[in-house]
Write a protein that binds this ligand. Structure first.
Ligand SMILES: Cc1ncc(COP(=O)(O)O)c(C=O)c1O
Length: 391
């Protein structure tokens, strides 16, 4: 017993110290990778919620949902505590579960395979197309089996090169299409909102997203039947709040009225955020155009993408990150491939995914980022390569 207590103390201390190290690194960043832009509009609506003394979903949640449905060209929107919850509930409501396979890119956020696993289905990983960072019909075909029930398409970093072709492919093969637009609010392809594709799409409002509620998510669909089923799973398995009978083994995945009020206030600034994110990307592109070792990720030409992150590809991502971090620049790796995560490890090789992880770096891109700071970052990158670039 004494020994067990000592071992768990060591574990707890190790956890606390790695968390502290992370917080201290992030706290020491002079230029944050991302930061939310909140102010008087959010304070005003939050004050209204507090004065009305009703903190669970109410009028701001309904307004947040209906405005997002319109912006995403969808019939229905349902708010969630986060995008992961929306993915779990959406897939369960489609009937995806044990024995089913869902194809998803390995180069993505853990929420994707985790939500598939939470339904009882199996995530089957696929490589991505190097130009789009997303699945393509070719990479999907390589992962298809008789058990494939759905494709989980991820509009990575706001990009969605082949979504229309993937939607056609899903339809022809009688597969569900789940569309993870967590980071792609208001991105469009050939004039169509990307969140309008798929049996359902999800958005995330985590602190680094185009609009934020701290944590938060939204499910978007055109199907009233799917909406009704999702609503049951989201509200503890009950048809409505106040009803005792539970019809499903559900969850409490509700957002709060405080978060929704922040979301409504953020919607008022959405056009500004989109404009500034595109300007930041253009400025990086111009300033880094002369640095031979760097290529700034170019969003698909058919898409009017809202860049979630500014991603660059360089010969060795780890070397550049080690150089920029002590200068106070908040840089991050791209997504660690899911097929190499111990809990999902598979013996397959995904060469494009592995290359993108080894070479990709996310640069600071918050709307608060000034031109001077972009200039500082780009000069530091140019200096690094003029000095031999970690060789
Ligand atoms: C592509 C992608 N999918 C899903 C998620 C999960 O979103 P949430 O944290 O709201 O559950 C994220 C979050 O960053 C993401 O980037």
């Amino acid at each position: 017993m004494g020994k067990m207590a000592a071992a768990s103390d060591v574990n707890a201390n190790a956890k606390a110290s790695s968390y502290e190290a992370y917080m201290s690194r992030v706290g020491n960043e002079k230029i944050p990778c991302y930061e939310p832009s909140l102010g008087d509009d959010e304070i005003k609506l939050l004050t209204d919620v507090i004065r009305r003394n009703w903190l669970s979903e109410s009028k701001y949640t309904r307004e947040f949902e209906s405005r997002l449905a319109v912006l995403c060209e969808r019939k229905h929107a349902l708010a969630f505590s986060n995008a992961t919850a929306a993915l779990i509930v959406g897939m369960k409501s489609l009937g995806i579960g044990p024995g089913d396979e869902v194809i998803v890119q390995s180069f993505t956020h853990p929420a994707d395979p985790n939500s598939i696993a939470a339904t009882g289905a199996t995530a089957v990983f696929a490589d991505v197309d190097e130009k789009t960072l997303c699945l393509s019909v070719k990479t999907i075909e390589a992962a298809m089996t008789k058990k494939t029930k759905a494709i989980l398409y991820v509009d990575l970093y706001g990009n969605s090169g082949d979504i229309a072709a993937v939607a056609d492919y899903a339809k022809k093969n009688n597969l569900f299409l789940v569309n993870d637009c967590a980071a792609a609010l208001r991105s469009s392809c050939n004039g169509r909102q990307v969140a309008s594709f798929g049996d359902f799409a999800v958005l995330s409002f985590f602190a680094d997203k185009t609009i934020t509620t701290g944590e938060g998510g939204m499910l978007l669909t055109d199907s009233p039947a799917l909406l009704a089923e999702c609503n049951i799973y989201k509200h503890d398995g009950r048809k409505e709040r106040g009803v005792d009978l539970i019809e499903r083994k559900g969850f409490n995945f509700r957002i709060t009225e405080l978060q929704s009020a922040v979301g409504v206030a953020q919607l008022g600034k959405l056009s500004y955020f989109i404009k500034i994110k595109k300007e930041i990307l253009r400025e990086y592109q111009q300033r880094l155009s002369e640095v031979r070792e760097v290529s700034v990720f170019r969003f698909s030409p058919d898409c009017d993408a809202v860049p979630h992150r500014v991603v660059i590809f360089v010969p060795d991502a780890a070397a550049l990150i080690s150089y920029l971090t002590p200068l106070g620049v908040g840089v991050r790796t791209t997504f660690m491939p899911m097929h190499s995560q111990p809990v999902y490890k598979v013996r397959k090789e995904f060469p494009v995914t592995e290359k993108l992880y080894a070479t990709g770096v996310c640069l600071p891109s918050a709307p608060t980022l000034t031109g001077d700071r972009i200039s500082f970052i780009c000069t530091a990158i140019a200096d690094f390569y003029s000095k031999g670039g970690g060789k």
